[in-house]
Design a protein around this ligand. Structure first.
Ligand code: SF4
Ligand code: SF4
Length: 345
């Protein structure tokens, strides 16, 4: 990894060079009932709309590389024969500008599932190959528990990572594209005092975390507490709305529907992101539902994130961004659920 520093005022120049591509970054979307700013990822045309001081976005950026809905293929009858068309939907390079460490680590986890297996997902892969990622430092919020999940720092999965140090940006460079990009602005090697300032910034961030999840022996505890009554208690609160999966940067489960037009000349297969909390998630052909009760569905979401994924990849599928708890109308949060399971009697 290479390091550079540049004055904060140079950031607009960096943005303008990248603006030859589509840029997606944090923008302000409004305010909540307490007057606090609400942010989300959106296409940024003007540097002044980019809000790098954002706390957390409502949704993750996954919609830009794992859309909520996309056609997997379409079929048309022509000259008495079926013709199939597949469009991966990766038309133009995309710059993700201002991702926090947790969201970069979420991408790294999605890569393992969607690109690393025997059947890589070409729809996702084509979009990922067409991306330039600029990470940005954050200020931990009261609901962030990324430190517990080991995702408060990103070591890979970005081109450039920027840490704000008053009037300077400390830049971590992981790709030749990022290196050549920085050659076009006023930047230089950091000196030893700036290395120290960067480390001090990291230490200051570490001390700001409030939320915490004890992950020690968690897979074993989840196995032991599979029948714990506390799952039913959380299930009674859960509205089975699926919001948690929609905002989560690592939820990737999906369903596929086939649509055929009325005259049988055109058909398409549509994939849509789904949530294991939705009532019909485990319904199979014949109508049987393997998880008809909300607590069984909620429990499986936790077992996928904190047990099954750990068994497969030796890391959790949760990055501790806190979005699910922030968006949940039933106020169900990961730290509270895990703590209650650990405390089961
Ligand atoms: S945990 Fe919350 S957000 Fe998720 S399905 Fe239940 S009520 Fe909805
Ligand atoms: S489960 Fe919740 S806290 Fe964990 S990554 Fe998903 S949205 Fe973030």
């Amino acid at each position: 990894m290479l390091f550079k520093v540049f004055p904060v005022v140079e950031l607009i120049r960096l943005f303008q060079i990248l603006a030859a591509n589509r840029i997606v970054g944090p923008v302000k979307k409004g305010e909540d009932q307490h007057g606090r700013s609400l942010y989300d990822f959106g296409v940024v045309h003007d540097f002044s709309d980019l809000r790098l001081d954002y706390t957390q976005t409502i949704h993750s950026a996954k919609n830009y590389f794992l859309p909520y809905r996309e056609d997997l293929c379409s079929f048309t009858v022509q000259d008495g024969d079926w013709h199939k068309e597949v469009d991966y939907g990766a038309y133009a390079p995309l710059v993700l500008f201002g991702l926090h460490s947790c969201d970069i680590n979420a991408l790294n986890k999605l890569d393992k599932v969607l690109l690393g297996g025997r059947y890589p997902n070409p729809f996702y892969g084509e979009k990922r190959a067409n991306m330039f990622i600029v990470g940005h430092s954050c200020n931990p919020q009261p609901y962030c528990f990324c430190k517990s999940m080991g995702t408060d720092s990103a070591l890979r999965g970005f081109d450039l990572f920027l840490t704000r140090m008053d009037d300077l940006y400390f830049a971590e460079i992981l790709s030749s594209r990022a290196f050549h990009l920085l050659e076009q602005i006023d930047c230089r090697e950091p000196d030893s005092s700036e290395h120290r300032r960067y480390l001090d910034e990291m230490e200051a961030k570490e001390s700001q975390f409030v939320a915490h999840v004890d992950t020690s022996d968690l897979t074993k505890i989840l196995d032991l507490e599979f029948q714990a009554p506390v799952w039913k208690e959380w299930g009674e609160k859960c509205l089975s709305c699926g919001t948690c999966a929609q905002v989560c940067p690592t939820c990737y489960c999906y369903g596929v529907e086939e649509h055929v037009d009325m005259v049988f000349t055109h058909a398409r297969k549509e994939k849509q992101l789904y949530s294991c909390n939705l009532l019909d998630f485990a319904v199979v052909a014949g109508g049987h539902n393997f998880r008809p009760e909300s607590h069984t569905r909620l429990k499986y979401r936790y077992y996928h994130k904190h047990r099954g994924f750990v068994e497969a990849f030796e890391e959790s599928l949760c990055v501790g961004c806190g979005r699910c708890g922030q968006s949940c109308l039933a106020h169900i949060t990961v730290p509270e659920v895990i703590a209650s399971v650990r405390a089961s009697k």
